[in-house]
Design a protein around this ligand. Structure first.
Ligand SMILES: *Cc1c(COP(=O)(O)O)cnc(C)c1O
Length: 398
């Protein structure tokens, strides 16, 4: 373990400052402990790295371009570079993590993969890599979400996954997570649980951040090629659980000259009671196995979040980000549903790129930054907007 202070890596117990750790029921101890003791050694193996890098190149389509958005740059009066994760196979950054975890699961001798999904994006990314590797795939999904997200349910089934409805509670993501955990407890030897963001008990946040860190690894050399310098002045990304932001920030976390900007979903407005701006509304608490900032009532009940984008509709945030907020290393902004929609339409017309609704929040927050003409901003374009077309159609002003 390094003794210098770094925002990249948690300590031995999985803490980033005050946040992180592994708060798990006794019955999960064996599974999580196996992962904790093996993940770094496996990820550092030469053959693992070779196979991971090859799949990122030939299957995911990496490196993704770093694109200078000239028309938006002119409006901002600064240089805006877009890191094109929307061009990844399956349409978003999530596949970087599921490719990594499927290879890790195989090296742990697992034959069965489980995952939970809300809108279905992580479920599709998981079902995709299971098809690629011929692994059994079970995706837990709230009954209500199954109704709302029919195209993604169809994709998962076509890819060979079994989609099991979670029928308890509000029949959404939180209930699907409970079902997945129950499954893992009952199948400790043959099953790996693929978590889709930098959340969950240690070592998940660190493991997922490392798999996603390929985003900033590429950004450094691409920016050097384009501008002569590896360092931008700002990196900006939207934050649900925080995996695309963690990947985009990772190799800049310990570069103090780079301003890191995380954008949360304000929903109808931070103080409207219909929001998902966790750092603004949350307090320290335990959610899904780690200590972080959580939207909760006085007596600790988790508050239902709201965002127009399913990927940001989460009442917590990964511990790496809670520490960036707490230490002020990161600047946390938010954008409302309406601002995100407006930004999505504007970006589409100005650059010919239809962004995911999640990413649109990052675009919407650009005008909150105080910029100079010499500034170089990298925005993580986490995904494409095809999945959001129904929402866009309902809000189009023709
Ligand atoms: C899932 C998703 C997000 C939010 O998840 P993070 O873990 O915060 O990155 C953002 N953008 C897109 C396109 C997504 O699919």
């Amino acid at each position: 373990m390094s003794t210098t202070i770094t925002y990249q890596q948690p300590n031995e117990q999985g803490y980033y400052g005050k946040f992180g750790g592994a708060y798990i029921p006794e019955m999960l101890y064996r599974n999580v402990e196996e992962l904790r003791t093996r993940y770094l050694e496996i990820m550092e193996e030469k053959t693992f790295q070779q196979e991971f890098r090859q799949l990122l190149k030939d299957y995911v389509g990496r490196p993704t371009p770093l694109f200078l958005a000239t028309r938006l740059s002119k409006e901002l009066n600064a240089s805006l570079y877009l890191k094109r994760e929307d061009l990844c196979h399956t349409g978003a950054h999530k596949i970087n993590n599921t490719v990594g975890q499927i290879l890790l699961a195989r090296r742990l001798g697992k034959t069965r993969i489980i995952a939970e999904t809300g809108a279905g994006q992580h479920g599709v990314a998981t079902a995709t890599v299971c098809a690629l590797k011929g692994m059994q795939c079970i995706v837990y999904m709230g009954e209500k979400d199954i109704e709302r997200q029919a195209p993604n349910v169809a994709r998962m089934k076509m890819l060979g996954a079994e989609v099991i409805p979670a029928t308890s509670g509000s029949k959404t993501l939180k209930d699907a997570t409970n079902e997945a955990i129950r499954d893992w407890i009952n199948n400790p030897t043959d099953t790996h649980y693929i978590i889709g963001s930098v959340v969950g008990p240690h070592p998940y946040p660190d493991m997922v951040a490392r798999f996603q860190s390929v985003i900033s690894e590429e950004t450094r050399w691409q920016l050097k090629e384009a501008t002569g310098s590896e360092l931008p002045t700002h990196v900006i990304a939207c934050v649900g659980g925080g995996s695309n932001a963690a990947g985009a920030f990772y190799h800049f976390l310990d570069e103090p000259s780079v301003q890191l900007v995380a954008v949360e979903a304000a929903g109808h407005g931070v103080n409207s009671g219909m929001s998902a701006a966790t750092t603004q509304l949350g307090k320290p608490g335990v959610l899904h196995g780690s200590k972080s900032l959580v939207m909760q009532t006085e007596d600790g009940q988790v508050v239902e979040p709201h965002s127009i984008s399913a990927g940001l509709d989460y009442p917590g945030i990964g511990p790496l980000h809670a520490n960036l907020f707490d230490s002020k290393r990161g600047l946390f902004l938010s954008a409302t549903d309406e601002e995100a929609l407006e930004a999505a339409f504007h970006v589409t017309k100005t650059e010919g790129i239809i962004p995911a609704l999640e990413t649109a929040h990052a675009f919407a927050a650009l005008k909150q930054l105080k910029l100079k003409p010499t500034d170089k901003i990298v925005l993580c374009l986490s995904g494409r907007g095809d999945k959001d077309l129904a929402t866009y159609m309902n809000n189009m002003k023709l």
